[in-house]
Design a protein around this ligand. Structure first.
Ligand SMILES: *Cc1c(COP(=O)(O)O)cnc(C)c1O
Length: 395
């Protein structure tokens, strides 16, 4: 079956007593057993039955099962947020004295997780330029726990060559962990490109309407330690499993993900093309534009769509603030891939706590606005963006 069908038609793990067509929300912390033996079997993993919702919950399991069917993964684990998924995935591999090889372009909290939290535990981060494959090869040594990257960085929009980077990681015997939040897994197969463990902030495309936080670890089974540690050690010990209510909302989101994504990606491409003709907009960065340096790689990896995130550069910070202040339809908010179009100035917000020098090293510019394109009519979006970008001239 095609992905749009699988997203709608993954069966519930068990027929509901009333034949409910949507997955019921199991708002329960614990589960009652018939016998002592049933209880022992569940607790020791001899039968797959939930005993306590910190470890397992039927509503969450249904979301995990649907994602498993969509990605052809060996195991899927759902967490309370994207950051919880990233933390748990990294904790499978890291230990004191080990290092993580990664990009100098990463999501702000992932940078802080590596440089502050994990570094306090004696784990080193080696941030390299992932476009320089030799630098990646040289950074990996016998103490490297994993190669961690984002498939498209934000806000720089740099695309990682997954097959080439997977080959380097595997030559050295280390797993490739990829944060694929920016392009949904209904659109491409990270598994086929050599990714061992995929992490996704399901807060974004999957939730859709900004209804809930969530994160997924998608394990392709190439490193058996992932299943062992996450299922039996990290989920019980870290206590960051997804809540049933979030899983319910995200299962609903998943059903319409492919349809929503196609419209959003189409809107993003149309906007990127049209915004290039606006004189106040100095630069439009979108990997779906044919002359973008990453366009060919993006097409090869992700197919006929290029996501719904783009950036525009204006003259200076003042022009960016004025632009944001004058938006009438587009919302002033962080988050990505909401149904509503969102705008943010990453330099002063998401990266606000980094020094100017750190931001320069990460190629985060004071002139950049990030747009996450939603489901509105593209003419309305264009009109709002143009009027906000030209306000400065009118004052
Ligand atoms: C939002 C985001 C995260 C963090 O996810 P949360 O669900 O907000 O914890 C991680 N990586 C990327 C690329 C993101 O966009």
């Amino acid at each position: 079956m095609k992905k749009s069908t699988i997203a709608i038609d993954t069966k519930l793990p068990r027929r509901d007593a009333y034949g409910a067509i949507a997955m019921p929300v199991y708002h329960t912390a614990a589960y009652e057993f018939e016998t002592a033996k049933d209880m022992a079997d569940a607790f020791c993993g001899r039968v797959l039955a939930p005993e306590y919702s910190r470890m397992m919950n039927p509503t969450v399991m249904h979301l995990e099962d649907t994602v498993k069917a969509l990605t052809e993964a060996k195991n899927v684990f759902a967490f309370g947020s994207g950051m919880a998924a990233i933390t748990n995935a990294l904790l499978v591999f890291v230990a004191q004295g080990k290092n993580v090889v990664t990009s100098r372009h990463l999501f702000g909290n992932t940078v802080s997780l590596l440089n502050n939290t994990l570094s306090r535990l004696g784990i080193e981060t080696r941030a390299v330029d992932l476009l320089d494959l030799n630098a990646v090869r040289e950074a990996i040594d016998e103490h490297t726990a994993c190669l961690f990257l984002e498939i498209v960085t934000n806000p720089q929009m740099e695309v990682a060559d997954l097959a080439a980077l997977a080959e380097i990681a595997h030559e050295k015997g280390v797993p490739l962990l990829a944060d694929t939040t920016i392009i949904p897994f209904t659109q491409f197969s990270a598994k086929r490109l050599g990714v061992d463990v995929e992490v996704v902030s399901s807060t974004k495309y999957i939730s859709g309407g900004a209804t809930s936080l969530g994160g997924l670890v998608i394990d392709y089974g190439t490193f058996p330690v992932v299943n062992q540690r996450i299922r039996y050690e990290l989920i019980p010990n870290m206590g960051s499993y997804m809540s049933p209510h979030a899983a319910y909302m995200q299962s609903l989101g998943l059903e319409t993900l492919d349809a929503r994504y196609r419209v959003q990606a189409q809107n993003a491409l149309a906007l990127a093309q049209r915004l290039r003709a606006v004189p106040e907009i100095k630069l439009v960065n979108y990997i779906g534009l044919a002359d973008n340096p990453f366009h060919d790689l993006a097409v090869r990896q992700f197919g006929d769509t290029a996501g719904a995130m783009l950036t525009i550069d204006l003259a200076d910070r003042k022009a960016c603030f004025s632009f944001i202040d004058h938006l009438q339809l587009v919302r002033r908010a962080t988050n990505l891939f909401d149904n509503k179009t969102l705008a943010i100035h990453p330099y002063s917000t998401i990266f606000g706590s980094f020094s100017g020098k750190q931001k320069a090293a990460m190629d985060v510019r004071d002139t950049t606005i990030r747009l996450s394109v939603g489901l509105e009519d593209v003419d309305d979006l264009f009109e709002d963006i143009v009027q906000a970008a030209t306000q400065n001239n009118r004052l």
